[in-house]
Structure formats: structure tokens, C-alpha cells
Design a binder for this molecule. Structure first.
Ligand SMILES: Cc1cc2nc3c(=O)[nH]c(=O)nc-3n(C[C@H](O)[C@H](O)[C@H](O)COP(=O)(O)OP(=O)(O)OC[C@H]3O[C@@H](n4cnc5c(N)ncnc54)[C@H](O)[C@@H]3O)c2cc1C
Length: 223
């Protein structure tokens, strides 16, 4: 039987414009700096290497694909630029998707989405690993129910938990951004908490309806 065609039902795009360097003596520091254009991230890597990344919206950051622009914007940072010493040498560069995305339905006939497949968290939330472990455990219970002939119940229950988890994440993420916002630039305007919370609320309601949660409640149980 073909699996259902899941689709992304919430998407907040963001791109990471990243460069890797060697010749950077290890100091175990991971630093984040909010900037008008978005936020910068840098982490110490094994082998005297360091990663430096600017996260912003793709339409705002397209010029960051150009090394000259990237280094110019980096030079304006207060805490990130000083992490690269004179002898640091760029060894690789990449542009990756780094936004929030989720999937609907969360589970179907003989399949369950977990971890990043269920939802990709904004890196600023620092939720990716905890979410992957938690959803993996819950997916295992759902899989067990499916194997034991309780597939419909497992699907509804899993979708409900996944939806609630995502609904909790969105306002928490908005709070992170609100704590750092001190510019009236396009990037920060787009992250004003109210619109994020509304989006989460809408998504949660839609997911509950799609998962059949209301139907299930009407029959006298959540499963
Ligand atoms: C640079 C970076 C930094 C991050 N930092 C943090 C952080 O500080 N804190 C945090 O919480 N999260 C962080 N994350 C996010 C976190 O790593 C992910 O959210 C988490 O690893 C997702 O776990 P997962 O099991 O869903 O997917 P993954 O960890 O990506 O595991 C999927 C696995 O499936 C394998 N695979 C893929 N396709 C197939 C196939 N067809 N057959 C078999 N195997 C396959 C892959 O090789 C991989 O091993 C970071 C991510 C990146 C990229």
C-alpha cells in the first residue's frame, strides 16, 4: 500500500551562510551574537577548526553568498569576528536551510515521522536533539501499537502529542527572539512574537482537526 503524501504545514525559512576555518587554536567556546541582519553563531571544532555562520532570511541574506559581503558583515560583529585569529584560513563554505518546518500528517499507514523529519527546529531554540530523542521514544510506542493492531489509535495519539509539542515550541522560540530584538530591521520585524504565536495556534488547531482528535473526543475518548 502506498504511504500517504505528507506535506509541510508550517514553514519559516531561514538560511545559514557558513564558513569553516582552520588554524584556530581550540578554546571550547560557542558564541552567539544578535545583529541587525539576523544572528551569528560560532563554535570551536576539533582539529583547531572553527565554524562561523550568519543566520538570516534567504531574501535578506542573498548577498552573503558573496565572500566579500560575508566578511564585511562579519567585521561589524562585536564578539564573532575576534574569534578568528590572524592565521585563520577558510577551508569550506556552505549555505543551508535552517528554518522551522513541520510535517502533516505526523504518522500514517506503517510509518511515523520523528526527529527532524517530524519538525526541524530553529537552531536558536537548541531543541533539535532533545526533540529527536523525545519524539523517537514516543514513535517507538506508536510503532508498537501499530504492530499490535491499534494503528488508528496510535496515529491519532501520536499526531496529538506532536502537534502539542510543536505548539509549545513556537511561542518559546518567539520569546528567544524577543529577548534579543533591539533593531527595527526586516529580520527582527518578522519575528515579533504575536504573529508567531498566532501561526502556532492556527497550526495546532488545524493539526488537531486533521488528526481526528475532535472526532475521537466526540466518541468519548482520546485513546
Ligand atoms: C551544524 C549543526 C549544529 C547543531 N547544533 C545543535 C545543538 O547545539 N543543539 C541541538 O539540540 N541540536 C542541534 N542541531 C540539530 C540536531 O543535530 C538535529 O535536530 C538532530 O540531530 C536531529 O536528529 P534526527 O535523529 O532526527 O536526525 P539526524 O541526527 O540527522 O540522524 C539521521 C540519520 O539518518 C541517516 N540517514 C539518512 N538517510 C538515510 C537512509 N536513507 N538510510 C539510512 N540512514 C539514513 C543519516 O545519515 C543520519 O545518521 C544541530 C544541527 C546542525 C546541522
Amino acid at each position: 500500500m502506498p504511504i500517504a503524501e505528507p506535506f509541510r504545514n508550517y514553514s519559516c525559512t531561514k538560511a545559514a551562510y557558513t564558513r569553516f576555518f582552520d588554524g584556530v587554536p581550540g578554546d571550547c567556546r560557542m558564541v552567539i551574537e544578535a545583529r541587525p541582519e539576523g544572528w551569528w553563531y560560532s563554535a570551536d571544532l576539533p582539529g583547531e577548526r572553527r565554524v562561523v555562520s550568519c543566520l538570516t532570511d534567504p531574501d535578506l541574506g542573498s548577498e552573503l553568498r558573496d565572500p566579500k559581503s560575508w566578511y564585511r558583515v562579519l567585521a561589524a560583529t562585536q564578539f564573532i569576528a575576534p574569534l578568528l585569529p590572524q592565521g585563520a584560513r577558510e577551508i569550506a563554505a556552505s549555505v543551508n536551510s535552517a528554518g522551522t518546518a513541520t510535517i502533516d500528517p505526523a504518522a500514517g499507514h506503517r510509518w511515523i515521522a520523528a526527529g527532524d523529519c517530524l519538525f526541524c527546529a530553529d537552531p536558536l531554540s537548541s531543541r533539535g536533539i532533545v526533540h529527536a530523542l523525545r519524539s523517537g521514544i514516543l514513535a517507538a510506542y506508536a510503532a508498537s501499537d501499530m504492530i499490535n493492531g491499534r494503528g488508528e489509535l496510535a496515529r491519532i495519539r501520536y499526531a496529538m502529542i506532536a502537534s502539542q509539542s510543536f505548539a509549545d515550541y513556537i511561542p518559546a522560540l518567539a520569546a528567544h527572539y524577543a529577548a534579543a530584538a533591539r533593531w527595527d530591521t526586516a529580520f527582527w520585524q518578522r519575528r515579533r512574537p504575536r504573529s508567531e504565536q498566532q501561526a502556532a495556534s492556527d497550526t495546532h488547531q488545524e493539526n488537531m482537526q486533521r488528526s481526528g482528535f475532535r472526532r475521537s473526543l466526540g466518541k468519548g475518548g482520546t485513546g
